[in-house]
Design a protein around this ligand. Structure first.
Ligand code: BGC
Length: 734
């Protein structure tokens, strides 16, 4: 719950979008301040810690001395206000603190996990959710969120795939930029804006074996064309800060990496905000084997351009000796301090912004409605045999079974620091509300997703036998994804598969809803189900969104933002792969396919491709047109197709635009998403959807690290997913 903090001044500032000084004024103020700072005060600005329990006398003294520039997860709103008062009124230079926290997928109102949000393919809705999170979090004195995370992950074993925006660099970039705009609002200085943080820079999602914190090896061409791209989009959206990752990248840990931070981020991209390390990542340079001791760790972090050290204290403890001994150039310290102060100025912290905006104790109607809509748009219908869904509300009786049907904490997902569990509406609640309690038989079957006992099976089977349809809610608990939550298997944990097998025998029909933090493998369960709806961890309002979809108030319109493997052995599997010299074919004789890139024991194709998702209607794609056979480097090309709603219900469709360059100086992916559009079509309605392409859209980094489009032949698709759709061609010419 958010306490009321009345403050008319801040309210006014928020409403007016209080403007901080102009950029030139800010630089002048920074100049004037930095010359007055001692080396200790500078190193203090470069240090972030958590409150040691509460605001102790020792903490007060340290703030007075300028020992810290920032706190994360710091105390109550009142404690934050008091700490800020001490910093501003009682420290020598009155430099304000910046309070950071992980506001990842909502604050009080919990939105779907980011992976779920990305399945909505709806940047504007994602932006609105971030705006609401910023309002709720700024109300308790938070200035800065450690979001969005835009790590590209191609391995669902990695638990942090839940926090990602999917496997595609374009989609992740568009959504990350939308989140940045949502968190930061019109002006960073507005009282209800949060500074955003693009993380984890960079390559963290490529972790070997899917194990968290593990080593990554990413050649520069791949780094630039895939892993760095969403970060560039965040930078272009004006993100205030970056967080360097935990991983070792090509032999140089990301938090001590001069190439990615100083060269790419600062020199090439001209980023002028500040860079914070991940939690103790500076000191971890020692365990990585990249720094000999704390002094070396501080030296390498600062030299790389990591401006602020999170939680470990090597900068403060060793920085002074490093400068005084001449090993560290004091100019680097000044650069870091300037970057941190710049964001503090932009946030209006020097101008008394520190007051929270009052918000109501309960989440607003707008917040709840946005959470419901985002959960609804993130639902992906994977299977719907014989139109089993939607169910008619006039159905006699349904059985609700499974460990995820009524588990508020789990449906909120991985990053929930202030989510109000009492406000969570579960699928069970909503189905009961919709049909009336008497028509809903409820039996969890298992206590939680990892439960291996069959004790609850008998009651579940009883419920199934007496019902006209079974709604089976399977998946993963929230604690099975997120940080430090890698899994070596991707199947439904515990005895869920056995439960599904037994229920399927008794059910007519069985509809499966999966709530999970990652793509799972559930081939057998899908075979036994008439329909499968993938709901991710959908947040506070997941229940209404799911119930409305199951009973036809809305057609599911989410599309997968990650490839779903058939089995773990296919991992890593992703749609924008290279072709190989011997691509396998889905058709053709065994002999013709013998020496191709495939498996002997399972198909090489995924269970469900990137971009895939069904609706309660059928969309037909036809009449693909390319406006000209050739496009010059300075020209434009229009590609269009007709999309028809050939079914009997209205629905949104996500129309996807892909290209492939057939030959180039480095090999290019078999398909790349270039654009997409959400369209709404009534039954029988058809629409021509057109995309405009220019050479800059086709640019990629070559082996020399240069960004340019290269002439050649291209295939283009306007498609419902990454594995189908009508195709056209054109040539890009000089
Ligand atoms: C995580 C970050 C997070 C930070 C602060 C780290 O362990 O990797 O994503 O922002 O903690 O809570």
């Amino acid at each position: 719950m958010i306490p009321r903090l009345a403050c008319a001044g801040a309210l006014l500032a928020g409403a007016l979008g209080l403007q901080a000084a102009t950029p030139a004024e800010i630089e002048r103020k920074i100049d004037a301040l930095v010359v007055r700072m001692t080396l200790e005060e500078k190193l203090g600005q470069m240090s972030q810690t958590t409150f040691p329990g509460s605001l102790t006398d020792q903490a007060r003294d340290q703030i007075r001395q300028g020992r810290w520039g920032s706190f994360l997860n710091a105390g109550t709103p009142q404690e934050k206000a008091e700490a800020q008062r001490i910093a501003v009124k009682e420290s020598r230079l009155g430099i304000p603190l910046i309070f950071g926290q992980d506001v990842i997928h909502g604050y009080q109102t919990v939105f779907p996990i980011p992976l779920g949000q990305s399945a909505s393919w709806d940047p504007d809705l994602v932006r609105r959710a971030a705006r609401i999170a910023a309002r709720e979090a700024s109300a308790v004195g938070i200035h800065w969120t450690f979001a969005p995370m835009m790590d590209i992950a191609r391995d669902p074993r990695w638990g942090r795939i839940a926090e990602s925006l999917g496997e595609d660099p374009y989609l992740a970039g568009v959504l990350a930029a939308a989140m940045v705009r949502g968190f930061q609002g019109e002006s960073l200085a507005a009282a209800d804006s949060l500074a955003a943080c693009a993380k984890h820079y960079v390559g963290y999602g490529a972790t070997e074996g899917g194990r968290d914190y593990n080593t990554t090896w990413i050649p520069e061409v791949l780094l630039r064309n895939v892993y760095l791209r969403p970060f560039r989009a965040a930078r272009d959206a004006g993100v205030a800060s970056f967080m360097t990752a935990f991983n070792d990248l090509n032999g140089v840990p990301a938090s001590g990496n001069q190439f990615t931070v100083r060269q790419v981020l600062r020199d090439e991209w001209k980023f002028d905000g500040f860079v914070v390390s991940d939690y103790t990542a500076i000191e971890e340079l020692i365990a990585h084997g990249y720094a000999a001791d704390q002094t070396d760790a501080a030296l390498k972090g600062i030299r790389a351009g990591v401006d602020m050290e999170m939680v470990s204290t090597d900068y403060y403890d060793r920085g002074k000796a490093l400068v005084e001994s001449g090993r560290l150039d004091a100019k680097l310290i000044d650069q870091s301090v300037r970057s941190i102060l710049r964001i503090k100025y932009r946030l209006g912290l020097f101008d008394g912004r520190a007051q929270p905006v009052p918000t109501p104790a309960a989440a607003s109607a707008d917040a709840l409605e946005t959470a419901r809509k985002l959960a609804a748009e993130s639902l992906v219908l994977l299977k719907n045999q014989d139109g089993a869904l939607p169910l008619a509300k006039s159905i006699g009786k349904v059985a609700v079974i499974g460990p995820l049907a009524d588990s508020p904490v789990d449906q909120m997902g991985t990053w929930v620091l202030a989510g109000d569990v009492k406000a969570v509406r579960t699928p069970l609640n909503e189905i009961r509300r919709m049909l009336g309690e008497a028509r809903v038989a409820w039996a969890p079957g298992l206590k939680n997703s990892r439960d291996t006992s069959h004790e609850g099976f008998a009651a579940a089977l009883d419920a199934a036998r007496g019902a006209d349809a079974v709604l089976l809610f399977l998946g993963e608990e929230a604690s099975l994804s997120g940080e430090a939550s890698a899994r070596a298997f991707l199947n439904l944990p515990g005895a869920q598969e056995e439960l599904a097998a037994e229920v399927a025998q008794a059910a007519r029909p069985m509809i499966t809803v999966i709530l999970a933090g990652r793509p799972l493998t559930f081939h057998e369960v899908a075979e036994k189900s008439k329909a499968v709806l993938y709901a991710w961890h959908p947040g506070s309002m997941g229940g209404p969104a799911i119930a409305e979809a199951l009973f036809g108030d809305a057609s599911p319109s989410g599309r997968l933002s990650t490839t779903f493997p058939r089995t773990l052995g296919q991992v890593p599997i992703y749609y924008d792969h290279m072709n190989t010299g011997r691509p396998a074919a889905e058709s053709g004789t065994e002999a013709a396919n013998k020496y191709t890139s495939k498996y002997l024991d399972v198909s090489f194709t995924p269970e469900y491709p990137f971009g895939y998702g069904l609706a309660y209607t059928r969309f037909e794609y036809s009449n693909l047109k390319v406006s000209a056979p050739r496009m010059s480097m300075g020209g434009k090309l229009m590609v269009s197709a007709e999309i028809a709603n050939a079914g009997s219900r209205e629905s949104d469709e996500i129309v996807q635009f892909y290209t492939r360059q057939l030959a180039a100086s480095v090999t290019r992916p078999v398909r790349e998403l270039r654009a997409f559009r959400r369209v709404h079509l009534k039954p029988g309605e058809r629409q021509t959807v057109e995309f405009t392409l220019s050479a800059s859209d086709l640019a990629f980094y070559n082996a020399r690290g240069q960004l340019a489009a290269e002439p050649g032949k291209f295939d283009v698709w306007i498609a419902p997913d990454s594995a189908s759709g009508p195709m056209g061609t054109f040539d890009l010419v000089r």
